[in-house]
Design a protein around this ligand. Sequence first.
Ligand SMILES: [Zn+2]
Length: 631
Amino acid sequence: MEARYVAAAQIGAWLSMGIVNIVVTWLALPMPGIDVRLLLHLYDVGQLLAVGVAAAFMVLLWRRFGPVRAFVGYAMLTLLSVAVSQLVLRDDLRGAPSIFGLSSWELWASILAAVVSLCIPVAAWVSRRLSRSNLRWIVVAIAVAIAIGHQFVLPNLYLGIHTYGTWFAATLLAGSIAEPLKPWVDAMSERSRVARVAAIVAGAVVVAVLFVPAPVAVQTQIGMLPGAVVARYKPARRFDVAVSIPQDKSEWFEDRGTHADITPSASRLVPSDAIVILFVVDAMRADMLSSEYAEQLPRMTALARKGVTFTHAYSTAPSTKASVAALFAGRYAGQIKWTRKKLRKKSLLWPDDPSPRIGDLLAKRDVESVVITGRLDHLRPQNGVTAGQRIELRLPANSSRRVVATWLQWLASHRRGGVFAYLHVFDAHSPYTPVGTRGSAHERYTGEIAEVDRSLGTLLDGLRALELEDRVIIVLTADHGEAFGEHNSLRHGGTVYEEQVRVPLVIAGKNVKSRVIDQPVTLLDLAPTVLDLFGAPTPGSFMGQSLVPLLAGEDLKLTRPIFLETRFEYAGMVFDDGVKLVVRGGMPELYDLRIDPGELVNTYDSRADAAERFGAFKSLVAAHRMKFQTD
Ligand SMILES: [Zn+2]
């Protein structure tokens, strides 16, 4: 086939990826305003067109100067694909070798990426072979299905895999449409004026989108589109930052390794033989405590009314291991040391840091610490996540009913002395099936939380029956939230938007004053709070602040910053005034949660204090050398 047909097919295929992206954008992305949306399409289609034009040039040059034999062409394409895979695909596949128990993930991930990248030459070869038969339309259908489909699977993660999904679809499509495009290409060649004008317009668009930076709001949206394979790799533009940390906060923006212990508060809410129960509902969103679900969750609602409800509580990370490890260490996951350990044939990262944990500090005061662990190894003290907890009660699974029963049984025979217990219940974790398979994912999820609500009732009844109520403080919270399509994401683990990191937080007990607090807090405040409840000082290196004065009804302005971390490209910060900074791959997004709780409009370009907020984030990361890596 003549080179110009093959070249035209490349342009047509990559332009088609642009059209696919327009469809996916309207189906899946939040609507930021029509101007932002139209600019997004212009940038995305223009950039994909640029790839098509580059591919077309390569085809033309190869046909003109390269060897004639076809297999040399395939060999070159293979080399290109393998080389690109080492840059963009290798990191995405780093988890795979450990699933098979292979250590030295770097080598295996490289090999795996190279093997996966063979899909590109294979797609080229197959589509060329079938291009003259009617089977080519099946290939076209498969290409379109892949181009759309991959964008809905883990859309916020695995950038490299999405890149290959798009490249694979474009290659299949290019091979299949070269033949049907022939008459069009011929018609265009005859009408050279039309062709010239089209080329000039396309050239101008390509140059504009490659060299004029898009507004930040447009970049934010393109970043959410998995098929936008050029924009997502373009380095973020340079942002000027200003550093002006207020005096009362400066101590948190420096290394705290040498800071003195913080003395406990004057208020004593519980006797020294207190029973502090940290009840963590895996993946429970903060909005489950809103009035909308009050009827389905009567015990949680009653507990919230009785105690202190924090309306803006944040987990440090959207994943269990990172969030719980940080909670027990009193420091961010990015500050503690993680080591790779082989466990059940899987080689994964676990906290391995000598710094003191809640349990260690309480043991000095003869306070017992308990953790109930299940089939998953995540929570076991010996694996570092809940290190410091002295007593481990093992169960086959962490369903709330069994956890509560086990805990009450233990408590009945250990009625004396102070104790800090960690109850983590997994009912609400996906796939939301224990209570049934009917209804939407969100309905089943709510059903699971309702099951936890019943277990909470059992727990409260049990404490009453044991006549221990007066000694008890209950902390009801979650390790992270859960997404149901917001920001193009499902479940948790990827982003730091509200649905994944804002969690319920209720603290209740006999002397705890009933109130609602809107001041943002972090789960890192819980370690100092638990220590404070037992009258123990908090190590100066901890990154949270005790909430005990607030529980006692006093006013307290918390000064420590609230940081959000993931092991992917997202991090963030929540400010006292309800403004939130999300940083994705080095690019800042700024939302005012009071007027935009859904985080839809990135106001970074329009806010005067934007550079200052980004500056605070960068200073915090630098001061604590935040570097987050777990599996
Ligand atoms: Zn979790």
